[in-house]
Write a protein that binds this ligand. Structure first.
Ligand code: CP3
Length: 363
């Protein structure tokens, strides 16, 4: 892969992370060992996270570069994982653009004004173009600074940048808060297709700006979290959402970094998700990696998919499950071990560390 479009001091361009196990596996090359990291590894279950977060809100801490860098590094130090996932949130690009949003502890993103009409979409802040010096571009500076501080300390361990997929962002914005079935968003896409299209266009540009800022500042791969896409039929996903995901991922395609596309509960969407501009696919715990690889014709390195609930199982049960994930993952052209969804808040850090050791011993 050529990284000519990246700044000369980027860790892929200097070679620091180019042959890391993560990047090699994501490019379908043979890695030195099976790489492993965990979605939502930063924060949540770590006592050192709860300590440094004392006295700041979630979104404040995302915009404090030294703090965001420290939280990103905590799980890398403790677990010895093969990648850092940037500590931030899917609503950060919306917040820096000026959208009224906060993260309510124990709830998730809550918006001041849910989006329902074209007037609501028209009232969203203008986003500009990457690097154009516009208000939003400048407001992303704390993100760039946090990424720079993080990669300087990560050395040869790659940092994964991320964004929420346009559908997942739009689902929150239409509902105004977390929901179980995303009914308001799924209704809007059929009742007011023009409003939906305009909103997804906006969220895909916001996600693209966020991804591009992270990559140019030093991230060696990206992941698009389409957390709620599994609530869609394949036809609805293809017609109403895949284009937005493609636009977001294409915002970094010229930079040459691997692009992971993850959705939960989306075994039925793996093929269209691959077609939406991904170079690797994240698979949740409900679909075996061997089955997932067959579903996409063996064309994509896969990431996943330890069942998060197994972290609570007896050692022998957990060990057998991890071995099964490793065996099935071997059938893909590349395999990055991960959980099949985010780390549970109450996960035992010692168990998580044991999983990393197990993968490194056997993978
Ligand atoms: O993976 C990581 O550890 C890196 C950071 C990260 C966070 N959120 C930090 C966070 C990432 C990659 C995310 C992504 C994210 N945020 C997603 C997609 C992943 C998924 O789980 O499907 C979604 C849907 C969100 C929106 C969101 N933000 C939710 C649902 C919540 C949980 C609310 C709660 O308190 O239970 C958040 C808050 C959040 N984001 C926390 C963290 C560490 C917890 C806030 C806290 O510690 O106060």
């Amino acid at each position: 892969m050529s990284f000519d479009a990246l700044p000369a001091d980027h860790p892929l361009a200097t070679g620091a992370t180019a042959d890391s196990a993560l990047v090699a596996a994501l490019e379908g090359r043979t890695p030195t060992h099976r790489p492993v990291w965990f979605m939502r590894q930063a924060g949540r279950s770590l006592p050192e996270y709860l300590k440094v977060r004392e006295g700041t809100t979630m979104l404040e801490s995302c915009l404090e570069p030294a703090l965001a860098a420290e939280i990103t590094l905590q799980p890398v130090r403790r677990y010895g994982v093969d990648a850092g996932i940037f500590f931030s949130d899917i609503v950060v690009p919306l917040k820096v653009a000026g959208v009224g949003v906060d993260i309510a502890p124990g709830v998730g993103p809550v918006f001041d004004h849910p989006i329902r009409t074209m007037a609501d979409v028209d009232a969203l802040p203008a986003l500009g173009e990457p690097g154009d010096g516009s208000a939003v571009d400048v407001a992303l500076d704390p993100i760039r600074e946090a990424v720079r501080l993080t990669v300087a300390q990560l050395g040869s361990t790659p940092l994964i940048g991320f964004a929420g997929a346009p559908f997942t962002l739009a689902a929150y914005m239409v509902q105004g808060r977390p929901s179980r079935d995303h009914m308001a968003a799924r209704e809007l896409m059929w009742s007011a297709p023009d409003v939906w299209e305009a909103l997804v266009s906006w969220t895909s540009r916001a996600a693209g700006l966020f991804l591009r800022a992270q990559v140019l500042a030093g991230a060696s791969a990206v992941q698009l979290f389409d957390s709620w896409a599994g609530s869609l039929s394949e036809a609805a996903y293809v017609e109403k959402c895949a284009g937005g995901s493609r636009a977001a991922l294409m915002a970094v395609a010229d930079l040459g970094v691997p692009r992971i596309h993850f959705a939960a509960n989306a075994g039925h969407l793996l093929d269209p998700m691959g077609a939406a501009g991904a170079t690797a696919l994240g698979v949740d715990y409900r679909t075996g990696l061997d089955e997932a690889s067959r579903a996409v014709g063996g064309r994509f390195p896969l990431q996943g998919n330890i069942d998060p609930a197994m972290l609570a199982a007896p050692v022998s049960t957990l060990t057998a499950h991890v071995q099964d994930v490793l065996d099935r993952g071997s059938e893909a052209p590349g395999h990055v071990v991960n959980l099949g969804h985010g780390m549970p808040p109450h996960a035992d850090p010692d168990v998580v560390k044991r999983v990393v050791e197990l993968v490194h011993e056997r993978g």
